[in-house]
Ligand binder design. Sequence first.
Ligand code: E4P
Length: 214
Amino acid sequence: MELYVDTANLDEIKKAADLGVLDGVTTNPSLIAKEGIDYGERLAEICEVVSGPVSAEVIATDYQGMMAEAATRIGIAENIVIKLPCTADGVRACKSLADQGVRTNMTLCFQPLQAWMVAKAGAFLVSPFIGRIDDIGQDGMDLIHQIRQAYDAHGYQTKLLAASIRHPKHMLDCLLAGADVATVPYKVIEGLLKHPLTDIGLEKFLADYAKAFS
Ligand code: E4P
């Protein structure tokens, strides 16, 4: 499973990239708003740090506007992926961009038929939002399983990118469910290597060594 970091914060992206196992970055308008920086400027900075796919989400909600924004964003760097919502205009833009060889990430996916439609439109990535489904009292992982099953049954090549991941348990579930990619906040990435027995074990190894040789 590939690992993307879900942030527009450059320090977090650099720290994640330093781990040596980062495959890409996802951003969205809320994350950019939090940084208070021009979207295009930040995308250019991110693409200098990460060579894997960097998702740039459109602000427009209509087909023409989406296509115009996509044209601007793809000029930033070769690894820019255009992020579009799973709406009728989004699917139409996805198909047009796919026909031009532009990679897309279809976001705000909350049910398997959206994932099917965007796969038919040639999406590079589909982003089902696990955490936001959990937030309304349903199980976001059900959606991951359904999309995996549908894509495998019909041989769709669109990558299943698990999004809206809130904690390490989501990550483990996605890994076992066969998600192709998981995009996670940097804070969750930090949690992926934590275990109290690792800390206790390390402390004991060092103490034993120091006792014998110091
Ligand atoms: C994915 O591309 C989205 O940016 C993100 O995962 C949304 O996560 P949230 O539901 O925690 O805002």
